[in-house]
Design a binder for this molecule. Structure first.
Ligand code: CP3
Length: 344
């Protein structure tokens, strides 16, 4: 087979190197807005897609082919590695992860197994190996961050205010520490295995950590994030850290040994840089604009590209995932527009 030429624009931007244009990918670029995805999901449950490397690779490639994005993201969920270590989780469409055996005490934490990637997630590693052969763009591996994973494990499902999670953190500090240690180790092991299998970069999703204030983040979360990113520094793969509604934590994030910070739409690229962030930045179009007029979408996207281009190290993305009611053609047009506009 002819060796494929790798489009490395995304990786160059992660490393703050000059690029010919602004690279683009979208969180949740594989999902229900795609008719082809919906069709596959009629046949396979979410975790069955994960269990079948050919299908997993197909779903991962679909947005690269349809949208022309500069990176693929492995199709899996942040809950994928939790299932084999003893978390009874299912993904309910329109709801999210639901857990039958929520964590209540330190003995529940102790019951969780240590992740052994070859034994517990062999199909994921197999899908990554296939994708490494098939893709002409870098593959992003990913994991959920300890706080965000813990929120599902403690609440038993999605939550608005994370009361149970925070109460657990305050009231059972030793159990919380044990849980952070366990999930931190799991994340390190899982991401190293993904990189060894062929992922070129990794993103850590801390979607819900914005529920904490700076002081609690520093005390209860920063140490585990520090250990995750320090460990990943030993690899060549750039690292990305993302959360929603976490602008107030940017100065804390900025101290972590991570390469790229992912912004939601509440904090602009200019504001992040004014706060002293010199890391590469990823984001941050409000995904709601995908449902507005093209003129509104284009205007805001160009503004973001202009802000990003002022320094090397910007990756265009949404501020959070694509909604199921977004349109494939709009995302394709947006990708092409960002590529063309940023070349000028
Ligand atoms: O294309 C991609 O981005 C890669 C695949 C991916 C999924 N989930 C697929 C998925 C990734 C990177 C995730 C991460 C994830 N999962 C996060 C972090 C990112 C974020 O959105 O903040 C979180 C918090 C989860 C937990 C989760 N899993 C939620 C909130 C949901 C959606 C619930 C819904 O139905 O709207 C899921 C399910 C899920 N994960 C879907 C997909 C495509 C929908 C599954 C379906 O019904 O077919």
């Amino acid at each position: 087979m002819e060796k494929k030429v790798m489009n490395d624009t995304f990786l160059r931007a992660c490393r703050k190197e000059a690029t010919d244009y602004t690279p683009v990918w979208y969180m949740r670029q594989a999902g229900r807005y795609q008719p082809e995805y919906r069709k596959i999901r009629e046949q396979y449950s979410f975790f069955e897609v994960n269990e079948n490397p050919e299908v997993c690779a197909e779903v991962t490639r679909l947005p690269v082919e349809q949208l022309g994005v500069d990176a693929a993201i492995l199709f899996a969920d942040i809950m994928t590695p939790l299932k084999p270590i003893g978390v009874d989780v299912e993904i309910r469409s329109g709801v999210g992860p639901v857990i039958a055996n929520p964590i209540e005490s330190v003995s529940d934490v102790k019951r969780l197994l240590d992740l052994q990637p070859d034994k517990h997630v062999p199909m994921i590693l197999e899908a990554i190996k296939l994708l490494r052969e098939q893709l002409e763009v870098p593959l992003i591996g990913f994991a959920g961050a300890p706080f965000t994973l813990a929120s599902y494990m403690i609440e038993g499902g999605p939550s608005k205010h994370y009361h149970k999670t925070k109460a657990f953190m305050y009231a059972q500090p030793a159990a919380w520490q044990a849980l952070m240690d366990k999930l931190g180790e799991m994340t390190i092991t899982y991401l190293h295995a993904q990189i060894e299998a062929g992922a070129s970069a990794v993103q850590v999703f801390d979607s819900w950590v914005g529920a904490l204030n700076q002081e609690d983040y520093e005390r209860h979360i920063a140490p585990v994030m520090e250990s995750i990113f320090s460990s990943l520094q030993k690899t060549d793969a750039p690292t990305i850290y993302f959360g929603v509604g976490a602008g107030h934590l940017l100065s804390n994030w900025n101290q972590l040994p991570v390469d790229v910070l992912g912004l939601d739409w509440r904090t602009s690229i200019t504001e992040a840089r004014q706060l002293g962030v010199e890391k590469a930045l990823q984001g941050n179009l409000d995904p709601s604009l995908l449902l507005a007029s093209w003129d509104q979408l284009e205007g805001k996207a160009k503004e973001i590209v202009d802000e990003g281009r002022k320094k090397p190290g910007h990756i265009f993305n949404l501020g959070h995932g694509v909604f199921p009611d977004a349109d494939v053609d709009t995302l394709r047009r947006l990708t092409d527009m960002v590529h063309q506009y940023s070349r000028k």
